[in-house]
Design a protein around this ligand. Structure first.
Ligand code: SAM
Length: 244
């Protein structure tokens, strides 16, 4: 997969490092997510899935890139019963868990693919989502351009991500939580992947704040970019439209 020289950097986004880390996280990922977010991640996913419902107006195909264990794909299926969801991810370990969870739903298809090189034709989807995946890709703007490519004109992208809150109160809470609580939970609940729960909070702190990420979306070709915040600004949902 290349990029080996950068792997020693603790914040390296080298694909082999990121995919390997998520392969190890896979079995404990859902449990950690539930505990880390006090169960709130379901509500944030629903907010994204409801945006997809607007795009598909009852039917059609959505892409969930960086789908991981497929929770967002499942949430979209619940909110948009007529939809077909294609979930892609480059971690086999995460997809294995996702496949077990989605086996009973023929309208969810999971495939191994890099978000930087999606195996789909131009304009193949009317809606696309990324849940807590975009900050892990090696080149965020290139990933956004690739997501723009696979969207039909007027199709929309929705990105859920952890974000550094703008206000001092939220920022202090975010820092204490991500530097203290998350690595501790990782050691407790994800022993064979505890190092990942050092990387994940650091990558969240280093990622573009909401306004800056909106600028990256605009710079990558999206129009009508807007965002909503949850959890005192610690989680954001950005949406943008592929211009006609
Ligand atoms: C924090 S998990 C999020 C999983 C899921 N979307 C969710 O909402 O729970 C990030 C996922 O992004 C995937 N990922 C990161 N970079 C990727 C890339 N370039 N191509 C494909 N998947 C990628 C990882 O393998 C991992 O499964």
């Amino acid at each position: 997969m290349g990029g080996g020289a950068a792997v020693s950097d603790p914040l390296s986004k080298a694909p082999e490092k990121i995919a390997g880390m998520f392969d190890r996280i896979g079995p404990s990922y859902d449990r950690m997510n539930g505990v880390m977010t006090f169960g709130r991640h379901g509500a944030w996913r629903r907010a994204a899935a409801r945006e997809v419902a607007r795009d598909l107006a009852g039917g059609g195909r959505a892409l969930d890139a960086c789908t991981g264990t497929a929770d967002l794909a499942l949430s979209i299926r619940r909110e948009v019963p007529g939809a077909t969801v294609v979930g892609t991810d480059f971690s086999q370990g995460m997809l294995t868990v996702g496949r077990a969870k989605t086996a009973g739903d023929p309208r969810i298809r999971l495939a191994r693919a890099d978000t930087l090189r999606l195996p789909f034709a131009d304009a193949a989807f009317r809606s696309a989502t990324v849940g807590w995946g975009i900050r892990n890709v090696a080149d965020v703007s290139a990933a956004l351009r690739e997501l723009l490519r696979i969207l039909a004109p007027a199709g929309r992208l929705h990105v859920l991500e952890s974000a550094r809150p703008a206000g001092w109160f939220g920022r202090l809470g975010f820092r204490l939580y991500f530097r203290g609580v998350v690595p501790w939970l990782g050691r407790l609940l994800a022993r064979n992947a505890a190092d990942a729960y050092n990387y994940l909070p650091k990558s969240a702190e280093a990622f573009a704040p909401a306004e800056e990420f909106a600028g990256l979306m605009r710079g990558s070709g999206f129009a009508d970019v807007s965002w909503r915040s949850f959890a005192f600004g610690g989680v954001t949902l950005h949406s943008g439209t592929r211009p006609p």
